[in-house]
Design a protein. Sequence first.
Length: 451
Amino acid sequence: MKKREMAENPVVKVTEIPGPVSCQLMARRERAIPRGVFHSTPIFAAAGHGAIVTDVDGNTYLDFAGGIGTLNVGYSHPRVVAAVKAQAERFFHTCFHVMLYEGYVSLAEQLASLVPGDFPKKTLLLNSGAEAVENAVKIARAYTGRPAIIAFTNAFHGRTLMGLALTGKERPYKRGFGPFPPEVYRAPFPYVYRFPGRPTPEECTDWCLEVLEEMFHTHVSPDRVAAVIVEPVQGEGGFIVPPLNFLPRLKAICERHNILFIADEIQTGFGRTGKFLAVEHFGVAPDIVVLGKSLAAGLPLSAVVGRAEIMDAPDVGGLGGTYGGNPLACAAALAVLEVFREERLVERAARIGQLIQRRFEEFYERYPLVGDVRALGAMAAIELVKDRTTKEPAPEETKQVIAACYRNGLILMPAGLYGNVIRVLVPLVATDEQVTRGLDILEEGLRQSGA
């Protein structure tokens, strides 16, 4: 199917889903790949353009998962493809530690200019979000001379051992993989929907920060804490948007105790929330920001951006890696930043968010299975419950809705501590018509589930 036809008629079903070729590949996958490698659909991709993906059987889908938030500029954006091809014709790799190249420097400069804060910044490029988190912790410890890190309930910071120590979900991420690195302490995140007693958002913030302050007396002295790491909107935890006063007050506590504030913007960054970075909604300038996912349109690349004096704390040779800031990935990322500027994708995310939130509110009115609606820009989710009064999670119903959706041409992913949240990470290049069509399919999935 041609790109124009796909744009006009994005969902085309030519076989049962999964189709025969996907089923054949699934049999091979089960023989060759460990069961611990998760997949949310039994579908094998063949090609993608914008917000549309075609499987190996010729079926086309709208993608509202976006590679778990890596495809904010969509599949195969022409500008990104051209940049990668041009770089590939020059050279694939030198290793920045051996022979330097301009792409790394240019990207470092641009990312530093985009991160909030009226102070000099420097940028370290790496391969994955988890690697960026690891290095942010290393840098914070080197600068402060302190060992402890504070993370939050429901947090997700990666699958490395330090990433798992910071992550706040036992199964499937941490089960069987311990012991984990010490000196990680956990504070409560203001998950207003599930907070006991139906407090106001402000009361929720009050309680969470009171617990944090109490931790300084009962668990770890503040003069031993190098950094607090927080997702401005929790991703894997269920797209939990904190009250507006939470991050500013948390930052003030950090400043009072000379604790560094690390913002994990791996999933929230690159326009997803209607700002380039989610912290901009809260008026906070982090000491360190971790970036990844949509940075390079799906190529492996991540970044740590921070105050220059903090980033310079490790000794020469203390930071880096063979592939960090690979030339192809840097070329893709520089093209991504051009696309954001030229196509005004941050503003586009705000528009997409309005479309999604309006429909999600209608879902709440129509379907009792929808217990909560939450969103910041185009980072939107619905939480499914068996009963709105008890708020009992509905993970099986969530699986059923997601399965009904992919059979009807919409790719979605779950999230949340209980696996009962349906999150939306639609590429920001999607048209209004594509977003609406996808939401129609999601509503049909809710209807089919008996919601």
